[in-house]
Design a protein around this ligand. Structure first.
Ligand SMILES: NC(=O)C1=CN([C@@H]2O[C@H](COP(=O)(O)OP(=O)(O)OC[C@H]3O[C@@H](n4cnc5c(N)ncnc54)[C@H](OP(=O)(O)O)[C@@H]3O)[C@@H](O)[C@H]2O)C=CC1
Ligand SMILES: O=C(O)C1=N[C@H](C(=O)O)C[C@H](O)C1
Length: 237
């Protein structure tokens, strides 16, 4: 059996990953805030991370070269983003803000729709999550924003509208965030002209869908050369 480490093991996702992986992997490292035994990560063939950016950055020096790393943590600072991207020079790293297949398809559809429609169509991304979520907008909303921007041939940071004052600028990609209750993850893209509206949406019906996807990603990543991979490399959409 291959060996697995989980970073954020006591969290909502860390526990779900433990359930998803227990029959296929020998879980030899469970890193939590209270039990941060980072050196145990050097024994792992693959590590799955759903934690916070600072915990992941702290863990990186403890990985043996070639250890596969699957990370779903969102809301990283620019410094954390850089540190994590750099590690793909020495190990295979697969990152995604969402490990559900449905979201991968939604991103492809959003990109296609944005490529087909001009600036007279306004693009808005809406998301709602449980009351505990700390980052906003969600990693998935930002992935959808990137897909829409790519479809339009623009850079997301040039057109992203996170706050609103006054009239809408032509070409903006707007983000709206809601938090409440136990919602696992709702995402919607609305593309609106003066005369019609297209709505593309996805709802996660449980949390396990993300954990199952991350374990599938771990299976796929094991043994691959060092480099940065995405869910799109793993599945054909
Ligand atoms: N890509 C995807 O498909 C998905 C991504 N996510 C993302 O995964 C991340 C985790 O989500 P979720 O499980 O809901 O959040 P949780 O808060 O439930 O889990 C995060 C865990 O990390 C722990 N942690 C914090 N600091 C450290 C540290 N220094 N060392 C070790 N562990 C630490 C937390 O401990 P404590 O609680 O004690 O602070 C907590 O147990 C978020 O960024 C979320 O957006 C979530 C779902 C799907
Ligand atoms: O924090 C969550 O719960 C989720 N986070 C991810 C995100 O930021 O998009 C994925 C999913 O929506 C659940």
């Amino acid at each position: 059996m291959k060996t697995l480490g989980i970073i954020g093991a006591d969290g909502r996702m860390g526990q779900a990953v433990g359930l998803a992986a227990q029959k296929r992997y020998d879980i030899v490292a469970r890193i939590s805030k209270d039990d941060a035994d980072y050196p145990a990560l050097s024994q792992c063939d693959v590590v799955i991370d759903f934690s916070v950016g600072s915990a992941l950055v702290q863990a990186l020096p403890h990985f043996s070269d070639g250890t596969a790393l699957v990370s779903g943590t969102t809301g990283l600072s620019p410094d954390e983003e850089r540190a994590i991207s750099n590690v793909s020079a020495r190990l295979p790293l697969l990152r995604s803000g969402n490990f559900s297949i449905g979201i991968a398809v939604l991103c492809a559809l959003a990109r296609q729709a944005a490529a087909s429609l001009g600036d007279d169509w306004d693009v808005e991304v809406l998301e709602m999550h449980h009351r505990h979520k700390v980052d906003a907008p969600s990693g998935t909303a930002l992935m959808l924003g990137e897909a829409l921007a790519k479809g339009r041939g623009v850079t997301l940071s040039d057109v992203a509208a996170h706050e609103r004052a006054g009239a809408r600028r032509i070409g903006d990609i707007g983000f709206s965030v809601l938090r409440g209750g136990g919602i696992y993850g709702d995402h919607e893209v609305r593309i609106v002209s003066e005369s019609e509206q297209i709505t593309l949406g996805h709802r996660a019906l449980n949390r396990q869908v993300f954990a199952d996807g991350a374990v599938q990603a771990a299976d796929w990543l094991l043994g691959r050369p060092a480099g940065l991979y995405s869910l799109e490399d793993m599945i054909t959409v």
